[in-house]
Design a protein around this ligand. Structure first.
Ligand SMILES: C[S@@+](CC[C@H](N)C(=O)[O-])C[C@H]1O[C@@H](n2cnc3c(N)ncnc32)[C@H](O)[C@@H]1O
Length: 538
């Protein structure tokens, strides 16, 4: 009887806290109450069904509060204890299903929702909706077939579509070509546009920076964002042992050669250990180590290579930074074969050109459509390593490297023509190496394609847009700016044809789509991809 009164008082105080949105205090209140219940349970009243019901309800309520505060392991533990007392407790089953959904355990989440639905005769539409969601995500996480077409066609309106975590045909191995430490490798031949990895940020920090021209306040705003980001990341790591252990697998930038190579299954939804108690060993939260890890592994949302799909897209002072665990094993290359897109809090990595089985997967950490000297400056200034990719090695060691360095100093249109001439007549350059150099002199090429006047002036001395773009794609994979130049070229040719009264020359949609696949992956079907393409030039 005493417990029932206590429970009644608790409910009124809990309602007050709920209205105040004070979940921390709500959890403290229930923790005290649960201890009291447990004290009674361990005494004479242990077998009292009323007491057990009260305890089950309290655990369930605390689980919901913990779920709200994203303490998923804590919430899951409460649910398990509540379900031990009453395996069919509806509220707890639904809460547990939502937790498992948050932990990307789609089929286990669906099982919970089904168990909740069974006594309702299968008639609850909300629960049916949750089961459908789980099934859709489970299918995505198994097949890697992500279709964002509708969202693209709707002009990126509303929230980004819900995405599953996905690990494609990749493994983690020791890298010999690029990083030296560990890297991600293809397990089979992969076609351009194929999804490789979809992964949710542990934490992401976003903000709008003050207008340019005010560097102090922009720096200040970045610092505030960074501090908030670090605080949230430490909070997430302290709440979830799995997250902390996975973060500790990442490089601090020191002794990368000696770091262990983790099993890819740790990152595959529903395969790796997902409950705290499945992980052996305890590790303390080491803030200094985590700060070093963040320094080496955080990615910016606003990198040139990371077009943000949707309305929070780059530009307008937007700045975002996040930590994505599996993507942190991907090394940089100036001759990359993958590209990343950001959709909501998810990072999608797709093949930006065809990849051979066994090849290392790399994406650019920064803009690689730049000459060697500028790339080296960016690397040293921002990343603190010196890239050892094939393109860098070639550009450094070429017999005509001195001449290249001189030419790099002035990216005027004439330089693209001079480069083409030298590659054709004076230097021995294979087609792959031509692609490297064209990518490095992209600024000069783009200047020659900028206006009809320039195109007419240089067209006999440099390749047409499509041919140059296809060559550059061999070196750096798909790139939005290159694609834009091609689309503009197609439009210009259409215009010229119309002026001459020529029959409409068909646009080579096949070639265009192949390039678009390299840039946007296969997440947008043809119609939607064409819409992004046209949007890219409007
Ligand atoms: C995000 S981590 C990549 C994974 C890392 N190799 C590992 O073993 O965990 C970034 C670090 O990898 C190394 N790295 C990545 N790309 C590189 C490259 N192209 N050349 C040399 N080092 C590279 C650098 O030490 C860099 O700080």
């Amino acid at each position: 009887m005493l417990m029932e009164e206590e429970a009644q008082q608790l409910r009124s105080r809990a309602t007050e806290l709920l209205l105040l949105d004070d979940w921390e205090e709500y959890i403290r209140l229930y923790t005290r109450f649960i201890s009291l219940c447990l004290h009674h349970v361990s005494g004479d009243a242990g077998g009292d069904p009323k007491l057990q019901k009260i305890l089950c309800g309290a655990l369930s309520n605390r689980a919901e509060a913990r779920l709200r505060l994203r303490d998923l392991p804590g919430a899951a533990g409460d649910c398990d204890r509540a379900l031990d007392l009453d395996p069919s407790h509806l509220k707890t089953l639904i809460c547990k299903g939502k937790i498992l959904l948050g932990l990307d355990r789609y089929s286990s989440a669906a099982d919970c929702f089904r168990r909740a639905l069974a006594p309702l005769g299968g008639s609850d539409t909300a629960l049916r909706g949750l089961i459908d969601r789980c099934q859709k995500l489970e299918a995505q996480s198994k097949t890697g077939a992500f279709d964002l077409s509708q969202w693209v066609l709707d002009g990126f309106k509303g929230d980004p579509p819900e995405l599953a975590e996905y690990v494609g045909p990749v493994v983690i191995r020791r890298s010999v070509g690029c990083g030296g430490g560990r890297g991600l490798f293809a397990t089979r031949n992969i076609e351009s546009g194929t999804m490789l990895v979809v992964t949710k940020a542990v934490v992401i920090g976003r903000g709008i920076l003050p207008e340019p021209g005010n560097p102090m306040s922009s720096e200040g705003a970045r610092l505030v964002m960074w501090k908030d980001f670090v605080a949230r990341l430490l909070d997430a790591a302290s709440k979830c042992r799995r997250t902390l252990r996975l973060i500790y697998l990442l490089s601090t930038g020191e002794d990368e050669e000696d770091l262990p190579v983790p099993d890819i299954r740790l990152f595959v939804p529903e395969q790796g250990p997902s409950r705290d108690d499945e992980l052996s060993g305890d590790q303390a939260l080491d803030t200094d180590r985590i700060l070093k890890i963040l320094d080496v592994n955080c990615l910016a949302d606003d990198a040139v290579s990371a077009k943000v799909l949707g309305k929070n897209g780059g530009g307008g002072g937007y700045h975002g930074v996040g930590l994505w665990l599996l993507a942190s094993f991907i090394n940089h290359s100036c001759n990359p074969n993958a590209r990343r897109l950001h959709v909501g809090n998810h990072l999608l990595v797709h093949a930006s050109r065809d990849i051979k089985g066994g090849e290392e997967i790399t994406f650019p950490y920064f803009d690689v459509l730049m000459p060697l000297r500028k790339r080296r400056e960016t690397m040293a200034g921002t990343w603190g390593f010196c890239c050892r990719c094939r393109r860098c090695q070639f550009e450094e060691a070429a017999a005509y490297a001195g001449e290249l360095r001189e030419m790099e100093e002035s990216m005027v249109p004439e330089m693209a023509a001079r480069l083409e001439e030298a590659m054709a007549k004076r230097w021995v350059v294979k087609s792959k190496e031509k692609a490297f150099l064209r990518a490095s002199f992209w600024e000069a090429y783009t200047a020659t394609y900028a206006t009809e006047r320039e195109v007419r002036k240089w067209e006999r001395r440099i390749p047409a847009e499509m041919a140059a773009a296809e060559s550059i794609a061999e070196a750096v994979g798909g790139d939005e700016r290159v694609l834009r130049v091609v689309v503009e070229g197609v439009k210009r040719k259409e215009g010229e044809g119309r002026r001459r009264g020529a029959a409409e020359a068909p646009v080579d949609e096949g070639r265009l789509m192949k390039m678009a696949r390299g840039v946007y992956g296969k997440v947008a079907k043809k119609q939607a991809a064409m819409r992004i393409l046209l949007g890219a030039i409007s």
